[in-house]
Write a protein that binds this ligand. Structure first.
Ligand code: EPZ
Length: 416
């Protein structure tokens, strides 16, 4: 297991390219299950979660080749089970449920179990699949689903779940008749998935809006698709520029997907300007405080909450942060406190009182975005910060230490 050692205080200056989006790549990889013929996903980041999904597809009988341009041929799937060993390390494995059921009429997928950031049940996915005619049993920790041909239905989600929207959109593509998803998630990753499904021959309208309509077709073919940029990696790098009084040009930043994040960061003093080559971010001399409430897209993403909290921990003034998506996404607070941050949590609200400077410390990453926030803290802190358990970071940030070093940070990966 590796750790990251950071000597804080360096300004970040230079250019950096944002990688393809992990959270778009995973559903696109699942969608390849629906195709008769190979699919190619271009611009895939090198991440642990991508490798886990490749292992899952291989276990099902799919063939994955290539890295940046990932070719998946899942035409001859032989197995319809996603085992506990893979699902427990990556909840997104549950995205194979809809495609397997739609194409093969059955699927056995481990229930994901607990998660560091909240309960994260998949009840919305299961209820909607039942409405489309699936028979679902929960046996020995597994979801066992069967359907003798799914049929279109009107699905009204209790909340705009990203995963449920993706799973059901994929399932509906091969169902009989029309499916309408109401209160659907509107994230850019949903649109990227719909673009791939359309390229495969699916009939989908309304993606990116609250109501998505899918007309089922009999077969889907292979397709090629470009991955969108990782908006959370881009946002994390923007906060890094803000915290180090940096001057960073983000290439492939996907600014159009970051409106809420950019608006909020501008309120804290970060200068963000679109240039021909990318998005320039110039950090302020003094960071101003701002309040934050996380929301489904197009609101401010929960996946940027921890990073924003680190920024607020060195702002001038007090910030009130409300986390509305996950009930337990404040595990990073105790670690930030070890670095001298002044944060109080009451339920889903955190009150952050800015301090002049964080102090380097030994800290422990608890989940992906918590890891990122500790790295950010380390970049701006006085002295040395050692972030342990960074395997979480490797799930979602491609070569982050290389990108930050190239910008001038003093950061090194070491074996524990
Ligand atoms: C996706 O998770 C992302 N993961 C998460 O990214 C992200 O935090 C989340 O969306 C919210 O934006 C991927 O795209 C692979 P949800 P997902 O279903 O689909 C509740 C990261 O750091 N809910 O939109 O699992 C759920 O408990 C991560 O990259 C139900 O109650 O999120 C949560 O409170 C972590 N029942 C809320 O909805 C359900 O059946 C939103 O979850 C489904 C969800």
């Amino acid at each position: 297991m590796d750790r990251m050692v950071i000597n804080g205080g360096e300004r970040l200056i230079g250019e950096v390219a944002v990688s393809g989006a992990k959270n778009a790549a995973l559903p696109l990889m699942a969608a390849a299950i629906l195709a008769d013929g190979p699919c190619v996903i271009r611009g895939v980041p090198h991440l642990r979660d991508i490798n886990t999904f490749k292992r899952l597809l291989a276990q099902l009988g799919g063939v994955c080749e290539g890295e940046d341009d990932l070719r998946i041929d899942a035409t001859n799937i032989t197995n319809t089970e996603a085992p506990y060993e893979l699902v427990k390390t990556m909840r997104a494995s549950t995205l194979v449920l809809g495609p397997l059921l739609a194409k093969y009429g059955k699927a056995r997928v481990s229930l994901p179990g607990g998660c560091a950031i909240g309960a994260r049940p998949i009840d919305i996915h299961l209820k909607a699949l039942e409405q489309m005619g699936a028979k679902i049993r929960l046996v020995h920790g597994y979801v066992e689903a069967e359907a003798n041909g799914l049929r279109g239905a009107r699905l009204i989600f209790d909340m705009p779940s990203v995963g449920a929207t993706e799973n059901l959109m994929m399932a509906a593509c091969l169902a009989k008749g029309e499916t309408v998803i109401e209160n659907a998630a509107r994230e850019p990753e949903i649109v990227n998935l719909a673009d791939m499904l359309r390229a495969m021959g699916a009939e989908i309208v309304g993606d990116g809006e609250e109501t998505i309509r899918i007309q089922g077709v009999k077969v889907l073919s292979g397709a090629e698709v470009d991955l969108i940029p990782d908006r959370i990696e881009a946002g994390t790098l923007m906060v890094a520029a803000a915290m180090t009084r940096g001057n960073v040009l983000l290439k492939n930043a996907g600014a159009a997907y970051l409106t809420a994040v950019i608006d909020k960061l501008r309120k804290t003093g970060l200068i963000v300007e679109q240039e021909d080559e990318g998005v320039r971010c110039v950090g302020p001399r003094r960071i101003r405080s701002a309040d934050l409430t996380t929301q489904p897209y197009p609101g401010f993403p929960t996946d940027m909450q921890a990073q924003f909290m680190t920024l607020m921990s060195v702002a001038g003034g007090m910030s009130v942060i409300n986390e509305t998506i996950f009930e337990n996404r404040y595990m990073h607070v105790l670690e930030l406190q070890r670095m001298g941050a002044d944060i109080q949590v009451q339920g889903r609200t955190a009150i952050v009182r800015g301090v002049p400077l964080l102090s380097g410390a030994q800290v422990m990453a608890t989940d992906l975005r918590a890891s990122a926030c500790l790295i950010l803290g380390g970049l701006a802190a006085e002295g040395q910060t050692v972030v342990h358990r960074i395997y979480h970071l490797d799930r979602g940030y491609e070569a982050i230490e290389k990108k930050l070093s190239a910008l001038g940070a003093d950061i090194q990966r070491e074996a524990e």
